[in-house]
Ligand binder design. Structure first.
Ligand code: HEM
Length: 405
């Protein structure tokens, strides 16, 4: 059976329950062509089987940097983007070797297990503080009151960005991650412009007055010579700020929803908190906070399962589908917090494997266990079907999650 309709991967409707459709695609059309909901209807290929997603994420036939894949003609036809966006293209997630290797090496040492361990007590204190604040009422929006401020505060503290400014830049980053296509940048010009202006101002302050934070360390690297250009510095901090909180919020938010709708699993975890390690891996698999990989572009015509992906066309690995592949995971649609092994692809694969994975795991483990411990009567305020999912190209997460306790 062929899927005869277009799939709007950005829409809230798709994100609400994409799993039956993805199971059909895995079975019948594992390489599926649709288009993005932008003006030019950019064609996009969805790869849905585990093995294919695993390979795609590190396949040199599908580079990240579209300038190395597209023909000069295709590059000329790209929709206009404001020149001020160009520096942001110099972020490691959109580059291939050797630029990627150099940029990642510069920041890699800041994301060691030691740093994560150092942040553990701070994350715990913050989780307690946020829940104490909420406990004065008997309800909260789990997203805006807990799942979001936690990773956002931590990534701003690591970078040294004033925590008081976090609401400002969340507004801007929200606009960026809600983009319907990398070609639909016009709508986000004001947000990106203000974000860039804010960061340039922040770098000025840090140059004058360096601190023991990641931004100061990166500025030192930039000033030391040709290791990091000013554009790359901007792109790096921009990426870290966004990737550092727009993802983990979804793991905590959708993870709590998954537990609330599987009371037996939630009770098991409450009774046995050390299960949190396998529980978080299972919530990563089950909810897939980064639901689709970021874009890859076919460097030449590539044939996969007999289907030709023409040169220059955008290709995405559907991580949320790979994580439910029945040939890899037993009962893939069941939530089992003790599942082992659990080789989910939620943090990607290959050279772009998530830099923040240890931090995200630690934050989510503490956030969820603290919530279950402090709020024994936690329950949903509204029926699960009425919850709204945020429109986004690659992320899957809730707009709000009203809970009572
Ligand atoms: C649950 C939370 C998170 C999830 C599910 C997640 C997922 C991912 C995925 C799937 C990729 C690879 C994308 C691709 O190849 O297309 C990635 C890359 C990346 N992530 Fe995360 N991430 C999370 C949290 C974080 C945090 C907290 C940080 C910040 C410290 C972070 C920083 C990055 C960076 C910098 C990259 C690019 C790495 C590279 O290009 O080498 N992520 N993440």
């Amino acid at each position: 059976m062929k899927t005869d309709r277009q799939v709007n991967i950005v829409s809230a409707e798709f994100k609400a329950n994409p799993f039956p459709l993805l199971a059909t695609l895995r079975a019948t059309e594992p390489v599926f062509r649709t288009h993005l909901p932008d003006k030019t209807k950019t064609p996009v290929w969805l790869v849905t089987r585990y093995g294919d997603v695993f390979t795609l994420l590190k396949d040199e036939r599908f580079p990240k940097n579209r300038r190395s894949a597209l023909t000069p003609e295709q590059i000329r036809k790209l929709p206009w983007a404001p020149p001020m966006f160009r520096p942001l293209e110099r972020n490691m997630l959109d580059l291939d070797q050797p630029d990627h290797t150099r940029l990642r090496a510069l920041v890699h040492k800041a994301f060691t297990p030691t740093l994560v361990e150092q942040m553990r007590r701070r994350v715990q204190a913050l989780a307690d503080e946020l829940l104490e604040g909420a406990a004065r009422r008997n309800e909260m929006d789990l997203i805006s009151d807990y799942a979001l401020p936690l990773p956002m505060t931590i990534i701003t503290e690591i970078l040294g960005v004033p925590t008081g400014d976090r609401h400002k830049f969340h507004k801007w980053s929200k606009a960026v991650v809600s983009l319907s296509s990398p070609n639909a940048t016009a709508r986000v010009i004001p947000s990106v412009w203000m974000f860039i202006r804010y960061l340039r101002g922040f770098f000025k302050v840090r140059r004058r007055d360096p601190q023991e934070d990641l931004a100061s360390a990166l500025i030192r690297a930039e000033e030391a010579g040709d290791k990091l250009t000013e554009d790359e510095l901007l792109a790096m901090v921009f990426l870290l700020l966004i990737a550092g909180h727009e993802t983990t919020v979804n793991l905590i938010g959708s993870g709590v929803l998954a537990l609330l709708t599987h009371p037996d699993q939630m009770e098991k975890l409450r009774q046995e908190p050390p299960l949190i390690k396998t529980a978080i891996e299972e919530l990563l698999r089950y909810t897939s906070p980064v639901f689709l990989s970021t874009e890859r572009y076919a460097r030449g015509d590539v044939t996969l399962h007999g289907v030709k992906i023409p040169r220059g066309e955008m290709t995405l690995g559907v991580i949320g589908s790979a994580n439910r592949d029945e040939t890899v995971f037993e009962n893939p649609d069941s939530l089992n917090i003790t599942r082992e092994p659990n080789k989910h692809l939620s943090f990607g694969q290959g050279i772009h494997f998530c830099l923040g994975a240890p931090l995200a795991r630690m934050e989510a483990q503490i956030a969820i266990n603290t919530l279950l411990r402090r709020m024994p009567d936690l329950r949903l305020k509204v029926p699960p079907d009425s919850l709204r999912w945020r429109p986004s190209m690659v992320l899957r997460g809730l707009d709000a999650l009203p809970v009572l306790f």
